[in-house]
Design a protein around this ligand. Structure first.
Ligand SMILES: Nc1ncnc2c1ncn2[C@@H]1O[C@H](COP(=O)(O)OP(=O)(O)O)[C@@H](O)[C@H]1O
Ligand SMILES: [Mg+2]
Length: 304
């Protein structure tokens, strides 16, 4: 009998594993590449299912990285449900699409959120990048590349699943964060996204954030299930990045249109988000070695 991967994952999700071991969150050592790194570390925040917390992770982690002194660009690439701006309480007038059509300059589109953080509302522009004319390409690439050389991190909030050009984005970044909740459907969808991504690009590191966790043991269980399944069926390693507890302050912060790390800095979700930012900071230099090509050039190249 052939059992497909999704079925196996569902079966595994039904079995409650004892979560005594904590996920393997060993932090890579910082090395000396830091000073020679020219392009930003580009990190896509993706998921299978929608509503699992991608935008909250992207926005709050971007803010925390800026708080740690890094220059951070947050690219909102969820065209259908763009809400990084909503979570920040900002109403952008223009988006990247206006830059591609020449109606606005990149300077006019980007928004200075805090000292170290700027937001680029992607709008339709992110998808359109793949179909630029040679002329547009030449005109824009230098400007877009400047974002990468001016930033230490570029965090990209994506749409759920592989809608639109999400796979194109996942191929162009140096690292992918997959956000899931312990909910079995979110887990199955997270696996499906990892599988599709794996078919398109085999060497980009994937790290997992388990969000909206009520019982700490659930996070261990979920991560182990995902890791076992990807290792078994895709022969692919995935790593643990962090766990974010279910937190009513986060829900309240969203209602208030304020990032939770600012609204309630000491609430458990904020502490967890801060820890994720620190972990990304520590591992940045190691991952820098993986991809040296500009995110924008890969995203806009015809063969992606
Ligand atoms: N850790 C959490 N605790 C409580 N509620 C959460 C948590 N993370 C997300 N949520 C809820 O889920 C909603 C969707 O989050 P969002 O970041 O917009 O998801 P996505 O970008 O994946 O669609 C939030 O508005 C909030 O109500
Ligand atoms: Mg979102």
């Amino acid at each position: 009998m052939i059992i497909d991967q999704a079925t196996t994952l569902r079966l595994m999700a039904a079995v409650s594993l004892d979560g005594t071991l904590s996920p393997t969150a060993t932090l890579p050592a910082t090395d000396t590449l830091w000073s020679t790194a020219k392009l930003a570390q580009t990190i896509a925040v993706a998921s299978g299912k929608g509503g699992v917390g991608k935008s909250n992770v992207a926005v709050n982690v971007a803010l925390e990285l800026a708080e740690l002194g890094h220059r951070v660009t947050l690219l909102d690439a969820d065209m259908a449900l763009a809400n990084a701006d909503v979570l920040l309480g900002i109403t952008p007038k223009y988006h990247l699409g206006h830059v591609l059509t020449g109606q606005r300059t990149l300077q006019e589109v980007q928004i200075e959120v805090t000292d170290g953080l700027r937001l680029i509302p992607g709008g339709s522009g992110v998808a359109e990048l793949a179909s630029l004319s040679l002329d547009q390409h030449a005109r824009l690439m230098a400007e877009l590349r400047a974002i990468e050389t001016d930033s230490d991190f570029m965090i990209i909030d994506t749409a759920a699943g592989i809608a639109g050009n999400v796979i194109g984005i996942l191929k162009a970044v140096s690292e992918v964060i997959i956000v899931t909740t312990p909910d079995p459907t979110a887990l199955v969808d997270a696996y499906a996204t990892i599988k599709l991504m794996h078919q398109a690009v085999t060497d980009t590191p994937i790290r997992i954030v388990v969000n909206d966790v009520v019982e700490l043991g659930d996070a261990d269980r979920v991560f182990k299930q995902l890791r076992t399944t990807t290792a078994r069926f895709l022969n692919r390693e995935i790593d643990y990045l962090g766990t974010i507890p279910h937190d009513s302050e986060l829900i309240e912060a969203v209602r208030e249109q304020r990032p939770v790390v600012q609204y309630a800095p000491e609430t458990p979700a904020s502490r967890a988000l801060r820890l994720i930012a620190r972990t990304l900071e520590i591992s940045r230099t190691k991952l820098d070695k993986n991809k040296k090509t500009s995110f924008w050039s890969v995203l806009s190249s015809a063969d992606q």
